[in-house]
Design a protein around this ligand. Sequence first.
Ligand SMILES: [Zn+2]
Ligand SMILES: [Zn+2]
Length: 743
Amino acid sequence: MKIFIRGTVQGVGFRPTVYRVAKSLGLSGYVLNKGSNVEIGIKENENVEEFLNSVMKELPSIASIDEIELKDEPINGYEDFEIIISSEGEKTSVTPVDTAICEECVRELFDENNRRYLYPFINCTSCGARFSVIENLPYDRVNTSMRDFEMCEDCLAEYTNPMDRRFHAQTISCPGCGPKYTLYGRDKEIVEERDPIKSFARLIDEGAIGIAKSWGGMHIICKFDQANRLRKLYGRPAKPFAVMFRDLSAVEKYVELKEGEEKLLTSAHRPIVLLDKNPSLDDLDDISPGLGNVGIYLPYSGFHYVLFYYLNSDGIIMTSANVPGEPMVIRNEDAFLLKADYFLLHNRKIVNRIDDSVVRCYGGKFFFLRKSRGFIPTGIKVPYKDRVLSLGAGENVSFSISKNNNLYSSQYIGNTFHYPTLEFLASSKGQMMELIGLRMDEIDAIGVDMHPRYSTRRYGKKLAEEYSIELVEVQHHWAHAASLMLDAGVDEVVALTLDGTGYGVDGKAWGGEILHSLYSGFERVGSLEEIPLIGGEEAIKDPRRIVFAIFSLLGRQVPYFADKEAEVMEKLMKRAPKTSSFGRILDALSCYLGICERMTYDGEPAMKLERYLARGERKYEFETCVEKKDRKIVKTLPLFDRLADYSANGVGTEKKKADLAYSFVFALIEEMVDIAADTCVSNDIPYIGITGGVSYDIPIVRMTEELVKEKGLKFLTHDRIPNGDEGISIGQNVVVGHLRNRG
Ligand SMILES: [Zn+2]
Ligand SMILES: [Zn+2]
């Protein structure tokens, strides 16, 4: 009998499990990796059921099985049971993900008598770096960057012993044969080779800023009290940093953990989790200035555990090491281009760059601000067989490829307005196609955004021409809605698609849209009123310009710019582009209330407003009004008019600001939900959903959910697919896949 198993079965200790079960049952035959699947041959047909039951019982924790197929084919030879050398085969499932060090390995790491005592590259069949080191499938050592390190006798003995935890662990190594860390100074001079992590830890404790190489990239590391020096060094005056804590009890000193957060923090994915700061402490204020939350994660590699073993600090800043806007650094020589006092580098090549994932919990749901390490690559089932490549939007880009009813989305790529990021996209695309066994000439269609200035769109066009592939443009917010539909498992929704900006079918900047969406098309049933963006992009960086435009249109006294400057603004306003963006309204509100008048990183004014929304109550009346044209247009100017009345004597206390902000946003969302609900009733749709970058804002999601439920409708949010633009490529992919299969 031959047994074919598909799923996450490579690099997860699956073959050793099969081997041990077969041996214990006295069976003869073989197990082998074939392409990305596993094939098992058993000579004793009558024992197959018992065998499979035992395998399922002993399945390694990170393995999962999608499909088992049995074929009655003769097995020749094999007096015993053996693992045979891998062979090429069909590639249908994906590479395993980087998985946090398991408890057993941590125990060994701190056992003085173990030969891997304090060895930073410790791992076993069920844990360690995977995607970040894999070049090709099948997952065997020769196809990983561990190829450069020849196993010593001791490691080989473990590798070949079926009873060992590291039996066929492809990334097995030890201090005698594996990769090594070396500590360098600013001039690339070697500072320490024997105890590099210990020295690095001491220097960090003393206040140094260091760069350390990890599995899929590098991090900038320093103590909390060095935050401001780091900000100056990298020109990030306010951007939040991620923080790594020693352990859970250290985390609990700074934040209050809510439902699901502890489990997520300690999971084998080990993402950065956005957690609410303890309001009575100000220790983390310099880490994420003006925000109510901070991104926290726990050690996930042997290196991190060893680092904290030597560190006095319970927590450190540990944030991606990159030139602002460019991808994270992965090559040793490039690390020295960054500003730091010390560089702790190892000699294993990073094959696939992969950033830390960032997740926020909402009830039992996960909002992925970045879906990467620990989660990618993962396949999502789709109902079409077409091979579609989709390239995302402009910032927070990912790409996706579908094949045989599976959709594979890439790791976080980043901001493609920077050329090195676009190069990263192109190389990752090549890498992923290799891993899933696809060539460009086998692609059926390419999905892109409609924005004429997005480099992803230009890249898609170029590929389409070069390989004569159909190119399909998918409107930005429709792609958001489609990604939500796939995430929630529905094929029709009325979605509030709220974000900063996206190119509309009328050539204007959309972003506060109510879409009735199907996979075959969409209708824009409503949107916010369009407001001018004085100087275009400039108005995003300087939200005072948005406030100026609004107050000028209202005929009220404008709070910013006087005399000459005001005249210039008035002039610029006449030819300013207009937008229906929800994000820009939040920016204007944040600015007017004096919460954030200047954007220094993407989304800053709206993110800082969130803390106020979280504390605010509905204390002020804001009447909305709707203009009926080809769509329902929710007026926003009257809300600002009212806001100005309420703050005639200044915006007042922090509490008043919070209540004003909450009441304002509530009125806006209430009107949008009303419009969405009308569309639901007339089209017999039971769902209203929320998607787009604004849907990371918990107070806004919460008020939307309450309002939707009051209408007796079901509320949909994201859970597996990123709410923001990293999810766009997935939405594009499903739209293109469905369009190709329409009738
Ligand atoms: Zn392990
Ligand atoms: Zn060894």
